[in-house]
Ligand binder design. Structure first.
Ligand code: NOJ
Length: 748
C-alpha cells in the first residue's frame, strides 16, 4: 500500500469535508426552525473536541447576577456553553456578545436560573400554587415568570420541580405540587405550558427544565439528598407521571437528581436517563446534571475517581455538567483510552445545540435592555400574583363563621412574628424577588380597613427555632395586652422561609420557637381569633386545630401575600384552595398520604392486631384535598354512564354541585377511584379528576368527568400498563376522605 498517497488523499478528503461543512453552515445559519437538525449537524462537523466539551459545561455566576472574570476567557475560547445565576439584560448581553462575536463558532450561551415561583414578581411557593387546584391559573403564573425571565436575558428556567413528596420533613416539599401523581402531573403540564407556550422560541417564552429526575422526593427519613429505594412499580406509578406530563407538554430539558435510586445514583442511571427517558419517552432535548451531582458520584461510591464519575454520567445520558468540570477535564483522555466514544460526546452536544436552536438563540441571542425594567413587576403581573396568592389559600377551620371579618371593625390585634415581615413572604426560592417589593400582612390589612380602625400590632416572639430571644417575656406580654385591647385577634405564625426548601429538612413539624406558647397566651385573652399560617410544608398543629376558632393556611404567598391574605380575611375573596398534601397529627405518622394500600390488616380500633399505632391515630389532622369555604356546597346525584365497560371503554361520571350558602364561592370537586381486586395491590383511593368551580349562592351545576384506560390502568407484575377486569369504586367528593360512592365493572 502506498502510505504517502493514502495520506495525501485523506488530507484532501478532510479539507473537502471542512469546506463543505463551512459552506453548509453558512447557508443554514439563517434557516428556519424546521432545519434545526441540519444546522446542528453542520455546526457539529466544524467543532473541535474541546469546543464540544465546552458546550457540555455549565458554570455558576455570582449570587448578584454577575458573571465571573474567568467566564470571559472560557467563552471567548468556546469552552463554556452555559451559566446559571448570571442574569439581567445587560449582564447576559455582555457575556453573550463575547460568545457570539468573539468565539470561533459564535455559538450563543444559554443562561439558566432557578425561576421556581416567579422571577421578580414573586408568586406563592409551588406547593401553595398547587393548593389552588387551578392549573389554568398556575399556567398564568408561570407565563408571567417566563416573561420577566426573558426580559432579564434568562432563557432557561430550572423549573418546574415536580418531585412527588410524601414526607413533609423534606424541606423541598415546598417546591413541588405535593403528594399526588395526578395533581402533580396537571401542575407540571400547566407550568411547562406557562414557561414555554407552544413554541419556546417565541418572545417572552423560556425553555423549562423539569426536575429532579428522579425520585428525589422519596429521600429516606425526609433528609435532603438522602438515598431512595423503591419498587419499579412505585417509581412508574407515583414518581414518573409528572415528568411524563412535562414531556407531553413539550418540556425542553431535564435535570438529573442528587439521589441514589435503587443503588444507582440518578445522575449516572442508564435505566432512567436512557431507557425510560430517551427510549420509552423519545425525549429529544438535553439533560443537565444537578449542581456538582457528577462529581458527587464519587461520594456515592459508584465512581472511584473523577474520570470514572465523568464516564458514568456521560454514558448514562447526562449531557451538560453543572458546575463540576469533570467532562472538560477527563473526556478527551477517556476517549483516547477507549473508555468513552466520540459518538457519546457528539450526541450530548447535538441535544444541547438542538435546544439552543429551538430557542432561537442563534437568531436572537440578546435581551432587549430597554424593555427589561418595564416588564418587571408590571401592574398586571402584580395583579396576577395577588390572584394566585388568594386562590392558593386554604381555609382549614371556621367555627361559628368567625371569618370573614367585618371591615368596619373598631380594633384588631395583629400578632405574630410573621405579621409584619417582608423577607419571609417571598418564600423559599424567590428568584430575583426583592423583600422590599413584598406586602406584609400588616400592610395588607391596613389597606383593607377604614383609617379609623385601630390595628394593635405586636410581634409576640420570633420565628427562630431556638426560641432564645432575651426579651421573650416582654414580647409575650405586649401581645397579650394587644389582644385584650382589641375586638378580634389575627395571629400570624409558621416557619421562616429558609426552614423549607433545599437543605432544610426538619425532624419536628411543630411550630418553631415560642410560637405555640404565644398562641396559647393570646387565646387565653378570650377574644375571637384567627390563625394565619405561613409555612412551606404541612405542620403538626394539633393544639391550634383544636383551639383556634378559625385557621387559614396561607403558605408563603409571594410579593402580594399581605394583600391576598387580607382579601380572604375580609371576604373580598372566598377561599377555595384545597390541601395538595396530607397534614399529619404527629411526625411519627410519616409517611402519611391518602393513596395508601389497604394492608392485610386494615386499622380496626376493636382489634389490637391491626395496622395502627398504640399512641396516635392513623388518620391525618387534615386530609389531602381538604379545604372549606365561607359558603356551603352540597354534592348530590352521582351518576355513572354505564354499570360496566370494556377495558378500552370510557365511562362518564356526573354529579350535581350546589351552593346552598349565602355567598358566591369556589369548590373543587374531586374524583377518586379504587380498583378493588387486581393482580398487584392497589391504593384505597386514587385521584383521577377534579374541577374548581365557581357558583353563585343558590346556583347548581352538573360536573362531569370521563374515565378511560389511562385512569383505570396500572403497571402489572411484568411492568405492562394494563386495565384488568373487575370491580371499580368511584368516589366524588370535596376532599379525599369523604364523598359520594358508586361502582362499576370492567368486563372482557
Ligand atoms: C441545586 C438544586 O437541587 C436544583 O434544584 C437547582 O436548580 C440547582 N441547585 C441550581 O441552582
Amino acid at each position: 500500500m502506498n502510505l504517502k498517497a493514502t495520506g495525501s488523499s485523506l488530507r484532501l478528503v478532510l479539507v473537502c469535508i471542512c469546506l463543505w461543512s463551512a459552506v453548509l453552515y453558512a447557508a443554514l445559519a439563517s434557516a428556519p426552525q424546521a432545519d434545526i437538525d441540519a444546522r446542528v449537524e453542520a455546526l457539529l462537523a466544524r467543532m473541535t473536541l474541546e469546543e464540544k466539551l465546552g458546550q457540555l459545561q455549565q458554570l455558576d455566576g455570582e449570587a448578584n447576577g454577575n458573571y465571573r472574570p474567568e467566564h470571559v476567557d472560557l467563552v471567548r475560547r468556546g469552552l463554556l456553553g452555559s451559566t446559571l445565576n448570571v442574569r439581567g439584560a445587560s449582564k447576559t448581553n455582555e457575556l453573550q456578545r463575547i460568545a457570539v462575536e468573539q468565539s470561533r463558532l459564535k455559538i450563543p450561551l444559554i443562561f439558566g436560573f432557578d425561576v421556581i415561583h416567579g422571577y421578580r414578581t414573586i408568586f406563592p411557593v409551588p406547593l401553595a400554587e398547587a393548593a389552588s387546584w387551578d392549573p389554568a391559573l398556575v399556567e398564568r403564573a408561570a407565563a408571567v415568570a417566563a416573561a420577566e425571565s426573558y426580559a432579564a436575558g434568562v432563557r432557561w428556567a430550572f423549573a418546574p420541580m415536580v418531585d412527588i413528596a410524601r414526607d413533609p420533613r423534606w424541606g423541598r416539599i415546598v417546591e413541588g405540587a405535593g403528594e399526588d401523581p395526578y395533581l402533580g402531573a396537571l401542575m407540571a403540564r400547566a407550568r411547562v405550558r406557562g414557561f414555554q407556550g407552544d413554541d419556546y422560541s417565541a418572545p417572552g417564552k423560556v425553555v423549562a427544565c423539569v426536575k429532579h429526575w428522579v425520585a428525589y422526593g422519596a429521600a429516606e427519613g425526609g433528609r435532603d439528598y438522602n438515598t431512595t429505594d423503591m419498587s419499579e412499580n412505585r417509581l412508574r406509578e407515583i414518581y414518573l407521571p409528572p415528568f411524563k406530563a412535562a414531556i407531553d407538554a413539550g418540556v425542553g430539558t431535564f435535570m438529573s437528581a442528587f439521589n441514589d435510586l435503587n443503588g444507582i445514583p440518578a445522575s449516572a442511571n442508564p435505566f432512567t436517563l436512557t431507557k425510560i427517558l430517551r427510549g420509552e419517552w423519545k425525549f429529544t432535548g438535553f439533560v443537565v446534571s444537578d449542581y456538582e451531582s457528577v462529581r458527587e458520584l464519587i461520594n456515592h461510591g459508584i465512581a472511584g475517581n473523577e474520570s470514572e464519575a465523568a464516564r458514568a454520567a456521560l454514558t448514562a445520558g447526562v449531557d451538560m455538567e453543572m458546575v463540576s468540570r469533570l467532562y472538560a477535564k477527563h473526556a478527551a483522555a477517556l476517549i483516547r483510552e477507549g473508555k468513552l466514544t466520540q459518538a457519546t460526546i457528539d450526541e450530548a452536544v447535538r441535544r444541547i445545540l438542538r435546544v439552543k436552536f429551538r430557542l432561537g438563540l442563534f437568531d436572537h441571542p440578546y435581551a432587549d435592555e430597554a424593555r427589561e425594567q418595564t416588564t418587571m413587576l408590571s401592574a398586571s403581573n402584580v395583579q396576577t400574583a395577588r390572584d394566585v396568592a388568594s386562590h392558593s389559600i386554604v381555609l382549614l377551620k371556621n367555627e361559628r363563621n368567625t371569618l370573614p371579618l367585618q371591615k368596619d371593625v373598631r380594633s384588631i390585634a395583629l400578632i405574630g412574628p410573621l405579621a409584619d415581615d417582608q423577607e419571609n413572604m417571598i418564600g423559599s426560592w424567590s428568584g430575583d424577588g426583592r423583600r422590599e417589593d413584598a406586602v406584609t400582612l400588616l400592610a395588607g390589612i391596613r389597606a383593607k380597613v377604614p383609617p379609623a380602625a385601630r390595628i394593635n400590632y405586636a410581634k409576640g416572639c420570633t420565628v427562630s427555632a431556638a426560641g432564645d430571644e432575651t426579651n421573650a417575656e416582654a414580647l409575650l406580654n405586649e401581645a397579650v395586652r394587644a389582644a385584650r385591647d382589641s375586638d378580634v385577634v389575627i395571629l400570624a405564625v409558621g416557619e421562616s422561609a429558609d426552614m423549607s426548601g433545599e437543605a432544610a429538612s426538619r425532624a419536628s413539624l411543630d411550630l418553631p420557637g415560642r410560637q405555640l406558647e404565644l398562641a396559647k397566651a393570646v387565646a387565653a385573652a378570650g377574644k375571637p381569633f384567627v390563625v394565619v399560617l405561613m409555612n412551606g410544608r404541612p405542620l403538626t398543629i394539633n393544639w391550634i386545630a383544636d383551639n383556634a376558632p378559625a385557621i387559614l393556611e396561607t403558605w408563603f404567598g409571594g410579593t402580594q401575600a399581605g394583600n391576598a391574605i387580607a382579601d380572604v380575611l375580609f371576604g373580598d375573596v372566598n377561599p377555595g384552595g384545597k390541601l395538595p398534601v396530607t397534614f399529619p397529627r404527629h411526625v411519627g405518622q410519616i409517611p402519611i398520604y391518602y393513596g395508601h394500600k389497604n394492608t392485610g390488616r386494615p386499622p380496626d380500633p376493636k382489634n389490637k392486631y391491626t395496622s395502627k399505632y398504640l399512641d396516635a391515630p392513623v388518620t391525618p389532622l387534615f386530609p389531602f384535598g381538604y379545604g372549606l369555604s365561607y359558603t356551603t356546597f352540597r354534592l348530590t346525584n352521582l351518576t355513572l354512564s354505564a354499570l360496566s365497560i370494556k377495558p378500552d371503554g370510557r365511562l362518564t361520571v356526573t354529579a350535581d354541585l350546589e351552593n346552598i350558602g349565602a355567598r358566591p364561592g369556589d369548590e373543587v370537586v374531586q374524583l377518586y377511584i379504587r380498583d378493588v381486586v387486581a393482580s398487584v395491590t392497589r391504593p384505597l383511593k386514587e385521584l383521577k379528576g377534579f374541577e374548581r368551580i365557581t357558583l353563585r349562592s343558590g346556583e347548581k351545576r352538573s360536573v362531569q368527568f370521563t374515565l378511560s384506560s389511562e385512569h383505570l390502568g396500572f403497571y402489572d407484575r411484568a411492568m405492562r400498563f394494563v386495565v384488568e377486569p373487575g370491580e371499580f369504586q368511584v368516589f366524588v367528593g370535596q376532599n379525599s376522605a369523604e364523598g359520594l360512592q358508586a361502582s362499576f365493572q370492567i368486563v372482557k
